[in-house]
Ligand binder design. Structure first.
Ligand SMILES: C[S@@+](CC[C@H](N)C(=O)[O-])C[C@H]1O[C@@H](n2cnc3c(N)ncnc32)[C@H](O)[C@@H]1O
Length: 324
């Protein structure tokens, strides 16, 4: 059991944190070799032992980052508080920058659109029409609305990416999440910020800017399960709108492939446009006909047809779909 945990943290250090977060890479190596840290983790249920959850919980409970040399002492001194956060919270990172890779698809769909996001967290990705974008030299400024200044997301786009000149026309929007986070609640905001990796200051800045925009007109996010509660939400959408159901970084949390495939059948059976932006293992059938699989990228697909490899935080899009 502890050997498996040590292995998991070593893999996290090597394949997820390396090149992304020197601190989390060092912390994960430390945990993989620390008997005290492994003992702490082994007292938690298996679904509460993830590196992202542990490191965010330490920051949330202590109010800052810890150095690897202080990790064991911190875990000893604050074990109850850190474990309580790990039991109460889950990894719900809300990354509005992902809108930059959804936009090339969304803005080609004739409006008005009824936009539904499953696994919406605080709902920041439900506002693609509120943000600005810079895909290299191709700019789409944010709409000029009164209130908080909207962020502009930068994204490296390959030459063939059909970049939009306008925002999509979204007439109605709603999200679904097992545990919607509320941007008006300080504890939820603090948790969202703890989930951004420590060196990613630009991501933190855009999370704050997008949250300020969202607080002016909070998108509706209902508590519910994507397998059970999607049809009821779809039934509420205005009939004259094109219904679009999307998800980013969500279906990996549905563990069983058969359940993911049931969800795919469910969405397709509704007649909605279905946009999926997930790691390539989530729906392996999408990537099956492609040359090579990019493990560190997401695969963007519409109605099951692969369109682009995308950076997991929306930082890049490499179009592989039809030329349009
Ligand atoms: C990593 S977050 C991604 C949030 C958002 N889609 C984004 O890209 O910023 C995953 C979210 O999916 C939600 N989630 C996981 N399984 C779910 C399910 N079965 N039904 C509804 N929401 C789910 C989690 O609660 C969490 O808020």
């Amino acid at each position: 059991m502890e050997h498996g945990l040590a292995e998991r943290y070593a893999r996290f250090a090597r394949f997820e944190a390396a090149g992304q977060s020197p601190l989390y890479e060092a912390l994960a190596w430390h945990v993989s070799q620390s008997q005290a840290a492994l003992d702490f983790l082994s007292r938690l249920p298996p679904d509460r032992q993830q590196p992202n959850l542990l490191f965010a919980a330490i920051r949330h409970a202590t109010g800052g980052t810890v150095a690897p040399s202080d990790m064991t002492a911190t875990l000893n001194a604050r074990s109850d508080a850190i474990a309580a956060v790990m039991m109460a919270r889950t990894t719900q990172t809300n990354e509005p920058g992902r809108c930059a890779v959804l936009m090339p698809v969304l803005s080609r769909i004739p409006g008005p659109i009824a936009l539904i996001e499953v696994g919406a967290s605080a709902g920041l990705c439900l506002l693609p029409d509120a943000y600005g974008y810079a895909w290299g030299q191709h700019f789409l400024p944010p709409p000029s609305l009164p209130g908080a200044a909207a962020p502009t997301f930068t994204c490296d786009a390959s030459d063939k990416t059909p970049l939009p000149f306008r925002h999509p026309e979204i007439a109605w929007r709603a999200g679904l999440d097992l545990n919607p986070l509320d941007l008006r609640h300080a504890a939820d905001v603090a948790w969202l910020e703890s989930l951004v990796w420590p060196e990613h200051e630009a991501r933190l800045a855009r999370l704050r800017a997008a949250s300020a925009v969202a607080r002016e007109a909070p998108p509706r996010v209902e508590a519910g399960d994507l397998m059970q509660d999607l049809p009821a939400l779809i039934a509420e959408a205005p009939r004259e709108a094109t219904i679009v159901v999307f998800h980013t970084a969500v279906l990996a949390y549905v563990r069983d492939q058969a359940d993911r495939d049931r969800f795919a059948d469910l969405v397709q059976g509704t007649g909605a446009v279905w946009i999926s932006n997930e790691g390539p293992r989530v729906f392996p059938q999408f990537a099956a006909g492609l040359h090579g699989r990019r493990e560190n990228m997401f695969l963007l697909a519409a109605n099951g047809a692969p369109l682009a490899w995308t950076g997991p935080h929306g930082q890049a899009i490499d179009w592989i779909g039809p030329n349009v």
